[in-house]
Design a protein around this ligand. Structure first.
Ligand SMILES: Nc1nc2c(ncn2[C@@H]2O[C@H](COP(=O)(O)OP(=O)(O)O)[C@@H](O)[C@H]2O)c(=O)[nH]1
Ligand SMILES: [Mg+2]
Length: 255
């Protein structure tokens, strides 16, 4: 597939040894002219070693290894910064567990002109989450409800399956979120929305992960909820904290 923009696919990993090679192989089968970056947090199951083997075989695959589990949010910021530093124009971010099917990557690329941020959404179709258990569905729908009501975001704001047009988004915007964990997704999207970037969605089906288990803990969900409430208070009293002030005169973020 010909790509009008220099493209990177970013995948954070923590204990994904059963998934990482298979996801790499499935992405390669798409025949895209895109590079892949993994960010592994010293996974005890040896995921980092498998990633290094892939990097040796394939010059289009890169790895960041961090000292320990520093959180999914900081992993995304690290990947985003790396993408800007290497001059990528668009970045697709996804999980390693096949809940984000590589099948949709082409769809993201086709829609790249439609917005500055493209989101694979679980809420457009009724049965997008039909394989998930009750507890997980409940948490996911609660997150969606609260981000819709409190932050007035009509999007799937808690998922990581996104395309960012880095050529249209100032890098500094991604340094405004404070979240280290899962709340990074709604915090970053809120900041992007408030700063006038265009957000478009398309419907995805999200199967439950095939191998391994979710790293989202009850503590993580609780921390995200607290963060959301904190953000809600900030929107009421100190909204300017979400506004990006670093634009040069040539940059034109719509307001
Ligand atoms: N580097 C890194 N990756 C993480 C961390 N936590 C989760 N991940 C990865 O982020 C993706 C989403 O995590 P997952 O456990 O599937 O969360 P869920 O989809 O919300 O259940 C997966 O690819 C995980 O391996 C972390 O602290 N650091
Ligand atoms: Mg997952």
């Amino acid at each position: 597939m010909t790509m009008p923009y220099k493209t990177l696919i970013f995948i954070p990993t923590y204990n994904e040894v059963e998934n990482v090679r298979v996801i790499y192989e499935q992405i390669k089968k798409l025949n895209l002219d895109a590079d892949i970056l993994f960010c592994d947090d010293h996974s005890p199951d040896g995921t980092g070693g498998v990633i290094d083997e892939i990097c040796v075989q394939d010059q289009q695959v890169f790895a960041i290894h961090r000292q320990g589990k520093l959180g999914i949010g900081t992993a995304h910021v690290r990947g985003i910064d790396w993408a800007y530093a290497q001059g990528y124009q668009q970045l697709i971010t996804m999980d390693c567990d096949f809940s984000h099917s590589p099948f949709y990557i082409k769809k993201f690329i086709e829609l790249a002109e439609a917005g500055d941020v493209i989101i694979g959404s679980r809420y457009i179709q009724e049965d997008s989450l039909k394989e998930w258990n009750f507890y997980r569905k409940f948490l996911t729908h609660l997150g969606h409800f609260l981000t819709k009501v409190l932050l007035k975001m009509p999007y799937d704001a808690t998922g990581a399956f996104r395309l960012y047009r880095l050529d249209k988004i100032p890098q500094g915007i991604f340094h405004l979120p404070h979240s280290k964990g899962y709340s990074f997704f709604f915090e970053s999207l809120y900041i992007l929305m408030l700063n006038g970037l265009t957000i478009k969605e398309f419907s995805i089906h999200l199967p439950a992960r095939t191998y391994g288990h979710s790293k989202m803990t009850l503590k993580g969900a609780y921390q995200s909820l607290l963060h959301l409430l904190q953000m809600y208070c900030t929107t009421l009293f100190r909204r300017h904290e979400f506004i990006y002030m670093g634009l040069t005169s040539e940059q034109t973020v719509k307001s």
